[in-house]
Design a protein around this ligand. Structure first.
Ligand code: SAM
Length: 435
């Protein structure tokens, strides 16, 4: 038997010495991204999602991830509509529900479904067989660590239109291999469940995984998305690719951070890539004293100071480097929403949430709105009043000429370019009107 060491596993170029279907036999040498079995939420039996009945056996499956799957399927289907061809690599497929949905709903021409755990094989094959027989060649199931699968595809020059990496913890170790296997113009759907890092509780870890030093901020879940995009942007630029987020989605079930990236090479639409990077890849500075946030570009790093002039020690919290640009592409989201409507996903109970989510994401794509969000509780506590209804606050801010939207991340928060001092004045005014 081949003896595997972690270095061997993480090196893509050892694939020829190992059987593709081999899975590390020695528990001590399990790839670092595989969690201990005790951490795996598994339930035996069958599930239903969007009208599909499928087996889950003892594989990892979470109901709560359905929205993330819906978003991926809509995006893949849009890609297929525009490009007429769709080859999907589902790098960590669990029971194969995503592969099943990419085949059935997005009409993928081919899906390569991989999961390192060979025990998932029977369940995946049985689920995909409900779409077509294995002999028809629309899908193939393999079992290997994701980076090895990706590296082998790269060596074979076997590129994919859509790659889904649904990992546990941080996904940054898969970026490089994945970028090399996505077709130019193709889509990479990545996931992180690393809520500790985004919350600023493990700055050394976020530095190691995403190259970003993250400290606690009031909008840490948005920071999680920005940390993920920033890490991907950085890794892509090392290889000469440029990426831009088409949508970013946070779900508190996990928590889970998911981002769909378009991968390209050459000049991005808005000028030279490095100019684009300098514009959108930098630092975020939050002032504890006044509650305002600002983006700091690399050339302004030496001049960090809050306009409120605070001289309170440690009042400025600086995080980064991370993505400070838009979280979504509004046009792409609008197309997803329209497709959801065509599929009849708008209007029934489960879909109402997706409908609301997509509309909220479109709203928060407004480029005038600063990154981060402000929780109403924070405004109310600084203004020393009770929190007024969110819609009343938003209307009042809007009437004062500022941009304002909800955030898909927090129900009780707004995104606005209205400074905190003005928000406080507006909220105090609303309170007085009520007296
Ligand atoms: C979050 S689950 C996938 C869930 C699935 N995508 C879904 O939507 O239901 C992650 C899966 O990745 C597998 N896995 C973990 N580390 C892996 C690695 N390095 N390479 C390939 N598969 C891996 C696990 O066995 C597990 O089934």
């Amino acid at each position: 038997m081949v003896s595997l060491c972690p270095t061997t596993l993480s090196s893509p170029f050892h694939s020829k010495t190992l059987k593709l279907n081999s899975y590390p036999q020695n528990a001590n040498h399990r790839p670092f991204s595989l969690l201990p079995l005790s951490a795996v939420a598994s339930r035996s039996g069958y599930e239903t999602e969007r009208g599909f009945d499928f087996e889950i056996g003892d594989t990892f499956f979470r109901h709560e991830s359905a929205t993330g799957r819906d978003l991926g399927v809509l995006a893949a289907a849009l890609y297929k509509k525009k490009n007429d061809n769709l080859r999907v690599l589902d790098a960590m497929c669990g029971c194969g529900i995503r592969s099943l949905r990419y085949l059935s709903e997005a009409q993928a021409d081919f899906v390569l479904a991989n999961d390192a755990n060979e025990d998932c094989n029977g369940v995946i094959v049985s689920n995909l067989s409900t779409v077509s027989s294995e002999e028809e060649g629309r899908w193939k199931v393999i079992h290997s660590v994701a980076n090895r699968v990706l590296a082998e595809r790269y060596v074979e020059r076997d590129y994919f239109d859509f790659i889904d990496v649904d990992s546990f913890g941080s996904d940054s170790s898969f970026f490089r291999c994945a970028f090399d296997v996505v077709k130019l113009g193709g889509l990479l759907y990545v996931t992180s469940t690393d809520g500790f890092s985004s919350g600023g509780h493990r700055p050394n870890h976020s530095l190691a995984a995403y190259g970003a030093y993250i400290r606690p901020l009031p909008y840490s879940n948005e920071i999680g998305l920005r940390m993920l995009i920033g890490g991907a942007v950085r890794e892509a630029s090392v290889l000469g690719y440029h990426v831009s987020p088409l949508f970013s989605y946070y779900s508190y079930h996990g928590p889970v951070f998911r981002v769909l990236l378009r991968v390209n090479r050459g000049k991005p639409p808005h000028g030279m890539y490095y100019y684009y990077l300098l514009q959108h890849y930098g630092f975020i500075c939050y002032c504890d004293c006044c509650g305002n946030s600002q983006a700091i570009s690399w050339d302004k790093l030496g001049q960090i100071k809050c306009p409120c002039g605070s001289d309170v020690p440690d009042s400025l919290v600086v995080c980064g480097p991370l993505w400070t640009g838009p979280l979504h592409c509004a046009e792409f989201l609008a197309e997803m929403l329209s497709l959801a409507g065509e599929w009849g996903w708008v209007g029934n109970d489960t879909i109402n949430d997706l409908d609301k989510l997509l509309k909220r994401m479109i709203d928060e794509s407004n480029p005038d709105l600063s990154f981060g969000f402000i929780k109403l509780d924070e405004i109310a506590s600084r203004a020393k009043v009770n929190s007024p209804p969110i819609v009343t606050v938003m209307n009042a801010i809007h009437q004062e000429g500022y941009g304002v939207s909800r955030s898909h991340i927090s129900n009780n928060a707004i995104k606005t370019n209205c400074p905190m001092s003005e928000c406080i004045r507006i909220v105090k005014g609303l309170q007085q009107q009520q007296l």
